[in-house]
Write a protein that binds this ligand. Structure first.
Ligand SMILES: Nc1ncnc2c1ncn2[C@@H]1O[C@H](COP(=O)(O)OP(=O)(O)OP(=O)(O)O)[C@@H](O)[C@H]1O
Length: 317
């Protein structure tokens, strides 16, 4: 992909959010709603960053503020080093957003959609990369079809291409795989990885925690308008401090004396499951202790907590 269009300030963080507050005005008999309550968040340049949180946490509000679609009530937002209030044009140029809703003009062809979008961003004709983009998202064959004839998956791919017309440094994907088939999901993730390899910072929200665990190198969890934590995915998974050793003990049924702080149960398949806190006892020390207690060990596996465990514990929803 050619270099991004915007001249940028070198910054370790692609996005810096400080004290971000959003109060939606009262409407239709509903009282005002404070969706963001002083959110602080830094998103490192070059990362694939997952923004997670339960329903109503404020993810879409945050993304819409970044995209310039919702006005913040207070706080500071810097995008690629540009303050949104001081340099609105530059901060907008640094970011591309693939929204959740399929907001595509049904009477435009994919090619025309991309050209219109490029016009909106002021991309000169000589710097447009419409054909490459159509190819990137696999829509070259449909380039001249009316968008209303595209399948739901094709419309999503067009949205991805639209988010990229101005070669942003940062790409935001809001629930990109909600309700999409496996083929489209794979296409999306392939593209996301490729763009990230080329230096693009990727921010995504998803309800699929497995997906976040697999794709994101850093994850922030927000809840009720506030940041709960923002950490490397590996560190985050380490937080649960709970693992389970699964042991095939063969015919032997008697439980050995277990080290302090561990808990054992027999699973339906007959295997012994011993839960322990890695910070308290290391896996190999636990196995040594079980051997010393003459427990027959025919086979052994370790189950580590996944993001879902951590997420549920931190958000208690
Ligand atoms: N336009 C609006 N007017 C009033 N309240 C709103 C508006 N948009 C969102 N809210 C409220 O603000 C809070 C945060 O909503 P937001 O959509 O940002 O959360 P979310 O984390 O994206 O949730 P979800 O995972 O369900 O999409 C919710 O309580 C929501 O009802």
């Amino acid at each position: 992909m050619p270099a991004p269009q915007t001249t940028s300030q070198p910054t370790p963080n692609a996005i810096e959010i400080r004290g971000l507050t959003k109060i939606y005005a009262a409407a239709g008999g509903n009282p005002p709603k404070q969706a963001l309550k002083g959110l602080d968040l830094a998103i490192p340049a070059g990362s694939i960053f997952g923004l997670l949180g339960p329903n109503g946490a404020g993810k879409s509000t945050t993304i819409n503020i970044l995209a310039g679609l919702v006005r913040k009530s207070a706080g500071q937002v810097r995008i690629w080093g540009f303050d949104q209030d001081v340099n609105p044009r530059q901060s907008r140029a640094a970011i591309g957003v693939m929204p959740q809703e399929l907001n595509i003009d049904p009477f435009l062809t994919p090619r025309a959609s991309l050209e219109v979008q490029a016009g909106l961003y002021g991309v000169p004709k000589s710097e447009r990369w419409t054909d490459e983009l159509l190819d990137l998202v696999g829509l070259s064959e449909q380039a001249e079809s009316y968008s209303r004839h595209l399948s739901g998956g094709m419309k999503r791919r067009l949205l991805l291409a639209k988010a990229l017309v101005h070669r942003p440094q940062i790409l935001v994907l809001d629930e990109p795989t909600a309700g999409v088939d496996i083929q489209l999901r794979d296409m999306l993730w392939r593209n996301v990885r490729r763009l990230n390899d080329q230096g693009m910072t990727i921010i995504l929200t998803t309800h699929y925690l497995e997906e976040a665990e697999e794709m994101c190198d850093r994850i922030a969890i927000i809840d009720r308008g506030k940041l709960i934590l923002s950490e490397d995915t590996r560190t985050l998974l380490g937080h649960a401090d709970s693992k389970t050793l699964i042991i095939d003990t063969g015919e032997a049924r008697a439980l050995p004396a277990l080290p302090e702080g561990t808990r054992a149960e027999r699973r339906e398949d007959g295997r012994l499951a011993i839960s322990y806190a890695p910070s308290h006892i290391a896996t190999d020390a636990l196995i040594d202790a079980l051997r010393a207690a003459s427990l027959p060990i025919r086979d052994v596996a370790v189950e580590a907590p996944d993001l879902e465990d951590v997420f549920l514990r931190l958000t208690s929803h």
